[in-house]
Design a protein. Structure first.
Length: 344
């Protein structure tokens, strides 16, 4: 078995429908297996998707076990040479999985690989490749210094935007939204740390894979990951990220706890203040994601996912909303919502 794909789902059945459709197309020429671990979704995801994807292995949890534990459930039974951790709100091209597996085959020292991710508006997602989250890098990320000086090696070390997003690089940290891992690397580094419920587990695993002697690569193979900019500015995200960073540093750098704790606490206060100011200054009814000059709709029956992704990545049309229409299911998937044409 070449590839085992593990997807953890929680209440996003239509995004998962699209993800599984793209993955099914992308694995037609690969010896593979697909696992979906459902964390007790309330939207009846498994009941809806099981008949549509009979070859997918569904694992149904009776409670939300968290991202790490759910992934580990599938990894422990997977038998692929490579294991791909994949978010349910992603779309891969028909040739993506072949290309990334070929790269890993050609680089036996590679323990893990990530790809270029764009969001549902075609914008590059900086978490596609990251540097080591040292106290300074984490502080710059939390306070917004990295956003102000994204190309600076001094302030932009967290997202390493100074490295060309369209060229392959060795990096330190990958995103759990798409993380291809050599099974041998997992055997040496261990599975995901279940102390991390959400966020931080991909940082920890990337670090341990590197510590085990493997290289980590970023490859500019583009996929879609439906993740809005508002998530990064939300105070709840800041708090969860803060807690994850503290867990990471308690585990790997116990002697730096005091300094790091105060730096991150200050960063959280700064982020909370900026978030409150943005809300006060924002005009009533204003939404940065709702002012579209154009709406571009792809028909999933007429065009490949690879063509959709390429068009979104290359055109970089401003003020454009991209939609993917699935005629058989009579749904249109966009960032943040599902539209039912039949109900209009």
């Amino acid at each position: 078995m070449k590839l085992s794909i593990v997807i953890v789902n929680y209440n996003v059945k239509y995004y998962l429908l699209q993800c599984l459709d793209s993955v099914t197309r992308a694995t037609r020429l690969i010896a593979s297996e697909i696992f979906v671990v459902d964390n007790c979704s309330a939207d009846r995801s498994v009941e809806y998707l099981k008949p549509l994807f009979p070859n997918v292995h569904f694992i149904e949890n009776r409670e939300n076990a968290g991202f790490s534990k759910a992934n580990n459930q599938a990894i422990e039974t997977a038998c692929g040479e490579y294991v791909l951790l994949l978010n349910p709100d992603t779309v891969v091209g028909e040739d993506t999985l072949i290309r990334v597996c070929d790269f890993m085959d050609a680089h036996p020292g590679a323990g893990a690989l990530g790809v270029k991710m764009i969001d549902g508006y075609g914008r590059f997602l900086p978490e596609s490749k990251r540097g080591f989250p040292s106290p300074w890098n984490a502080f710059c990320k939390m306070t917004g210094l990295s956003a102000l000086f994204p190309l600076s090696k001094t302030f932009g070390g967290y997202h390493i935007r100074y490295l060309d997003e369209n060229k392959p690089h060795k990096v330190d940290i990958l995103s759990g939204a798409f993380m291809l891992i050599r099974r041998q690397a997992l055997d040496k580094s261990g599975l995901l740390d279940e102390t991390f419920f959400m966020y931080g587990e991909d940082i920890d695993l990337s670090y341990r894979i590197g510590q085990a002697g493997f290289d980590i690569y970023y490859l500019p193979e583009t996929i879609i990951h439906y993740k809005g900019e508002s998530t990064r500015k939300d105070l709840r995200y800041v708090k969860i990220f803060h807690e994850a960073m503290l867990i990471f540093f308690r585990k790997h750098y116990p002697h730096s706890n005091t300094l790091f704790k105060w730096m991150i606490r200050f960063a959280v206060i700064m982020a909370a203040t900026l978030s409150a100011l943005r809300k006060l200054l924002r005009r009533p009814g204003y939404s940065s994601e709702c002012n579209y000059g154009k709406v571009f709709t792809f028909n999933a029956d007429d065009i490949s996912y690879a063509q959709m992704i390429r068009a979104m990545d290359e055109n970089k049309l401003k003020d454009t909303l991209y939609q993917i229409y699935h005629p058989q299911k009579q749904i249109i998937i966009t960032p943040g919502e599902i539209i039912y044409p039949a109900a209009q």
